[in-house]
Ligand binder design. Structure first.
Ligand SMILES: Nc1ncnc2c1ncn2[C@@H]1O[C@H](COP(=O)(O)OP(=O)(O)OP(=O)(O)O)[C@@H](O)[C@H]1O
Ligand SMILES: [Mg+2]
Length: 270
């Protein structure tokens, strides 16, 4: 496996300070019985501030486990996870996670869910309102701002979860198949928006997806895990010719198609 060249960094930094993520020799085993197989084996991964890393691999290969280790929900059985040189021992506001299944606070409205993080940071009522308006608009939920999660479709709940994570302005955004339940149009719109947010803010994003096309379109770097137990089998920057603001679609480039096919063949989907 070649060491990746540094992938295209995001343009500018706004709000939170970006941070570096490192995994050194990470192996994770769930349970303690002799029969339990590790979920991840010997993962070494170093993510620079401002990278957009897309993580792909077959079901059960440990993608969610890897995100949760970075999030600090548990510690690895072997090896270590560092953020900005500090050992990750617990969850923190510098790392925002969008879960595979949306997990919203059922007693809060859509707006309330989006506002909960910033509210705890003590910002003014006007700022809070402006912030939630912005994110409601971004994910297309302005019309249902006062509804509760149980009144929303699965895709709407997921959009609310995305808005809640981004509204907190974490330096690191961990996204676990966030667009999996969305219709094609909404998915494409949010992909575009997320790319723009990344370019504008310099956030480090680790994005899990089953879609190789999505990974190549969004990522500044693509990491592929082997089938269970997960090991890194591919780790390369996405280097596509610049479209120079022409408004063109990178997905139509022959280089895009070639890279998608190459990665797809590795995980048996091309
Ligand atoms: N809490 C847990 N307890 C025991 N085993 C677990 C737990 N969480 C995950 N596993 C196991 O670890 C392995 C990796 O699971 P993980 O959820 O990370 O996979 P994944 O790549 O995210 O899969 P998918 O694409 O289906 O979401 C699987 O074999 C799974 O059964
Ligand atoms: Mg998963």
């Amino acid at each position: 496996m070649k060491r990746p060249q540094k992938s295209e960094p995001a343009a500018a930094v706004q709000g939170s300070t970006p941070e570096r993520i490192e995994l050194h020799g990470v192996t994770h085993l769930f349970g303690t019985t002799k029969r339990s197989a590790p979920a991840l084996v010997g993962v070494d991964l170093s993510i620079e501030s401002g990278e957009f890393v897309c993580l792909v691999g077959p079901s059960g290969c440990g993608k969610t486990t890897l995100l949760k280790l970075i999030a600090g929900f548990f510690e690895p059985t072997l090896g270590k996870v560092l953020v900005n040189g500090e050992l990750v021992e617990r969850a923190g506001a510098d790392r925002g996670m969008v879960f595979q299944q949306p997990t919203l606070f059922p007693w809060l409205t859509v707006r309330g869910n989006i506002e909960i993080g910033p509210r705890m940071n003590g910002i003014s009522r006007e700022q809070l309102r402006a912030l939630s308006d912005r994110y409601l608009e971004l994910v297309g939920l302005a019309d249902v701002a006062d509804q509760r999660p149980y009144e929303l479709s699965g895709g709407m709940q997921q959009r609310c979860a995305i808005a809640r994570a981004l509204a907190n302005d974490p330096a690191i955004v961990l996204m676990d198949e966030p667009f999996g339940a969305l219709d094609a149009l909404t998915r494409e719109r949010l992909q575009q928006e997320l790319k723009e947010i990344w370019r504008a803010t310099g956030k480090s994003i680790v994005f899990v997806t089953h879609s190789v096309e999505e990974a190549v379109f969004l990522g500044s770097r693509v990491v592929v895990l082997s089938p269970h137990p997960g090991r890194i089998v591919y780790d390369e920057p996405v280097l596509l010719p610049a479209l120079n603001g022409s408004g063109g679609d990178a997905r139509l480039l022959p280089e895009f198609t070639a890279l998608r096919a190459h990665i797809g063949s590795m995980i048996g989907v091309a």
